[in-house]
Design a binder for this molecule. Sequence first.
Ligand code: NAY
Length: 290
Amino acid sequence: LKNIKGVIPALITPFDEHEEFDENRMRKLVNHLIERGMDGLYLTGSTGEGFLMTPEERKKVVEVVIDEVHGRIPVIVHVGAISTKISIDLAKHAYATGADAISSVPPFYWKFKEENIYKYYEAVSMSTPLPMIVYNVPLAGLLGFDFICRLANIPNVKGVKYTACTHQDIYKCKDKISQDFMVYSGADEMAVSGIINEADGIIGSFYSMMPDVFKDIYQKVKSGDIAGAQKKQKIAVDIIEASLKYDYYAVIKESLRWMGVDAGYVRAPFMNLSEEEIKKVKQSFKEIKA
Ligand code: NAY
């Protein structure tokens, strides 16, 4: 994982007007993000609407992206599902297709006990030689610092995507587990904080929409220009908060369209923006002061 750091968009998945995966739009988006200097891609996670797709559809997305990336930047495949069996199948497929790493939310919905979750990560992580990035995210149930340390004992667990707000745990993971244990900060609104707290990279939904802004933020923090980074972060927060009023994957796709990269539509139950909403979003973005 040592080579996977920097700004990594949690990639959206473009669907067409009939909610089918749109391969051509995806290929264009991938090239756009590589041209904008993104350091890696994170596929079929929550932002990629992975849970709304069948395993076969998810595999197709992975195949198309890895083919289009063609080794130019690292690709992390989110293989999480509630069923260990399905996740293992997706993990093996990611490995066979040429992914650089896998990642997974813990099994969710039933509020599984720590032991169930440990066994899940052990089985999925050890089903391929790829490094596994476990996922600490409020939506799926937070793992907690001690449990992350325990999961790090599984040989292939090499990092964590850290989407909780307790950012002191980011550097604590590195100090307590190992400096080689990779930590990716997952809250876009707190990218500056995540990097200051020693995250190796940032993975998030809005980096597809604002690749230049976050690349700049990342470089500024790394070079010690915290004030400059924070100034940009504040603008990004305003844009993110305006977007979160809607189904924000739809806002990300819509704004990519304005920027000349048609990223298609969302899949139900998420809803695309109405014409009225598009006007409102545009207006709210215009009102944001740089
Ligand atoms: C993914 O696709 O799995 C992610 O990367 C998730 C990261 C996002 N967090 C959640 C809870 O979805 O990028 C963030 C998030 O969308 C952003 O900070 C806006 O709140």
